[in-house]
Design a protein around this ligand. Sequence first.
Ligand code: ZN
Length: 342
Amino acid sequence: MTTTKLRTTIAGSLPKPAWLAEPETLWAAWKLDGEALAEAKRDAVRLVLRDQEQAGIDVVSDGEQTRRHFVTTFIEGLEGVDFEHKRTVRIRNRYDAAVPVVVAPVARRRPIFVDDAKFLRSQTTRAVKFTLPGPMTMVDTLHDAHYGSREKLAWAFAEILNEEARAMAAAGVDTIQFDEPAFNVYFDEVRDWGVAALERAAEGLGCTTAVHICYGYGIKANIDWKKSLGSEWRQYEQTFPRLAASAIDQVSLECAHSHVPIELIGLLEGKDVLVGAIDVASDRVETPEEVADVIRSALRFVAPERLLPCTNCGMVPLARDVARGKLLALGKGAALVRRELG
Ligand code: ZN
C-alpha cells in the first residue's frame, strides 16, 4: 500500500486501431500477419499508453492490444488444447460460445505474454499492470474432454498461470490482475476451490496482485442477464468476504450505472478497492463530476490510499474517441476529489 491517494487505473482492454483489427467488435480478427502484425501490436500499445498518460491514469496497461480474447489468446499458448475442433457450450451459465477443447494434460512449454510485458515495461515510467485470465474463468471458457473435473483443470491452470505471472513480475510488472468474471456466477465453486486456485496462481509473485470481477462487457447476453438480477445486485456479497480473507491485494469491481449497493465494498476490509467509475456498456462519456460522485460514495467505505478509481470492465467494443473521452473523465474526476481531500 502506498500513500498516494486515488491512483487511477483501468480494468482491462481498450479499443484497437482500425488498421490492427475491426473496430467496435469483440474478438475481431487481426488485419495483418507475421512481422507486420507484431510491429502493429507494439505500435498500438504505444498509442494506448499515450492516451492513458494524457488522461492522467496512474497505473497503466497495454489495453490488451496484443490479444484477441482475454482468455483464449492465453490458452492458445498452451499444450493440451485443441483449437481445430471447437465445441459450442454454455459459458457463464448464460450464453453459448464455440470454445476450444482440452484433450490432454495442459502445459506451458514457453512464455506466452512475457515479451509483451517486457515491451510494456520499456515504454513508460509509470506503474504498469498486466492482466491474465483467472483459473475458474479459463475453465468456464473451454470444453474439458480430459480432466473430468472443473476443479482439477482449474488447479492445472493455476500452476501454469503462476509460472507465467512470476516471469512477468520478474520483467518489472507492478500489478498482475487475474480476471474472474466467473466468480459472479458460480458461488459454490468460488467457496469450494475458486479462491484457493486464484491464490495458487498469485502465489509468491513479489508484486501487487489483483482480481477483477464484473458483470461483463455490454453485449446483449450480459445486458439481458443484468435485467434479470433485480433492483439490487448482491452477488459480491458472497465473494467479497472470501477475497478479504485471501492473499490477493486488490479487488476490481463494477459500480458506475450498476445496481451494486456501494456498501458491499465495506466487505473488502484490508484490501485495495478498484471501484468502477466508468460505465463501459454505454457510449455516453461521463462528466468528471459524475466520476467524482462515484469516488465520493466509495470513500465512505474505503480510505483514499486504498481506493483506485477504475473502469467497470474492458472498453474494447467502444469507439476509440469514446474510450479516450472516458479515460479523460476518469483522470479529471479523480483529480477533482483529490483536490477536495487536500
Ligand atoms: Zn470485466
